[in-house]
Design a protein around this ligand. Sequence first.
Ligand code: ARG
Length: 565
Amino acid sequence: MIEKEIEAILKKALDKLKYHLDKLEVVVSNRKDLCDYQFDGCFALAKILHKSPLEIGENIIEALKEEKESLDYFQEVQLLAPGFINFTLTNAIINEKLNNMAKDEKFNIEMPEQETIVIDYGGPNIAKPLHVGHLRSAIVGESIKRMLKYMGHHVIADVHLGDYGLQIGEVIFGMKEKNISLEEVTLEDLETIYPEISSRCKEDEELKEKCATITKELQEENKEYQKYYQKIKELSSNDILRIYNYLDVHFDLWEGESNAYPYIPKLTKKLEEKQLLTESNGARVVYVNEEQDTKELPPLLYQKQNGAYLYGTTDLATILERVENYHPDRIIYIADSRQSMHFETFFRAWKKLDSQNPKLEFLSFGTVNGTDGKPFKTRAGNSPKLDSLFKEVKTAFLNSNTKNEEMKENDLDIIVNAIIKFADLQNNREKDYIFDIAKFSSVVGKTGPYILYTYLRIASILKKEKFYLENLNKEIYDNTDRELRLKMIELENTLKYAVDTRLPSVLANYLYDLCVNMNAFYEKNHINTLENKEKKENWLFLLTLSNRMIKSMLELLEINLPERM
Ligand code: ARG
């Protein structure tokens, strides 16, 4: 990686001067007009050594001149007041990086040590309509899964359905009350029963108790309720699966809270052995406070007075299940930030059982808001049914450009996906964002269609041309060309950072910048009509590589390529 290599050269110079920094860091320049990479460590050194940053910088520059590698690597090293060191790379180094990237399927990116990782995302609740929050979990989770796989990890994706909670008791109650038989019941029935009973339960304690009892008896394997449950789960799962297929989101395991139940007796025994279960008003809880806490964290509710188990219980038991079946080094959960306390609580409870393994990570995401700043709703009404969202996006895209009417349906679906996913993934997942359909459907601006358009435009040039170059030659021909090449060699560091921070937004923003560089380059240099054969071949090589990069990065953002748009 470029940064690491520059740091190594710099380190030699610092060693010679007996300068020491705990964290020696070189970064991409934020003044591309001045240099390619920069080192800001003179300020920290100045404090340690009680000298001026400028003096330190001068010494470093002198020492660098004596490093032979420095000559190969840098066309120029400059000191900028009050103490920045600016590096400009040689063409040879830039092109060597690009040649190496072109020769490798994964762009010569260094792979980390492999881990086995279970990733838990999506998390829809059966019998309840899917909402935009679940969409976000699916989109962000799928991208993180793909990035981890790309880096060589063994990744197991689990949808972790909410399939054994109170909503099931409510729907069973509703079906019985309305005399809807198991043979006749439809998805539409479920979609009307749940909201009705759930809002009645909010006002009627007795009814709520009834539904809770049904849920508890279901969990205890009551035969009749099990039959209802299977039917509800089948109808609901099929619909969820249909939506995930539309989104190209795929899971290795289609498990849920219910799968954790067989592990509860064993879990209870383990907790009892460690004396972690405490009686509290007839219920059982696990206290999770730690000495250094400044605020009291409520205990994990393990078992209710009526004997039923809860969300925290199933999450704990699921860890046990995953440990036994998959021996993961790490489990990653992706859920709404409003659940952070729940995750903190059961992570702590697990740590009390097994302090080391597996590592547990909670990745939160914010809310999707509409242009009014409130949680997103489709025009179809209150519950943002995902189908109507897809339709609305399709219409917005078609309206934005009359040519779009001749498009194939399959290509349109791909574009709908690109619009929704690029809108989401370009935002730091932890933050709320505004989903503005008109803005994100446009082919100009930071949008999915813009990226697809860039790819297709370059692909159509490449289709008409052939080149036989194996390596770029020494030259870099103009500014837009150089900027593009520099952006391309940032890939490795960017991807590594995106994976380490679990932030697909880092990758999405990089991809956008890459496309901006490609378009600027292409607009300035009309390759098709170019006479100079050598130059043309070099540029075709470059565009072939950059389009390959777009394609691979789009895959990590779960965006497919349409044939035409
Ligand atoms: N079903 C939950 C919900 O809709 C999300 C599940 C998150 N995953 C987990 N292991 N708790 O809020």
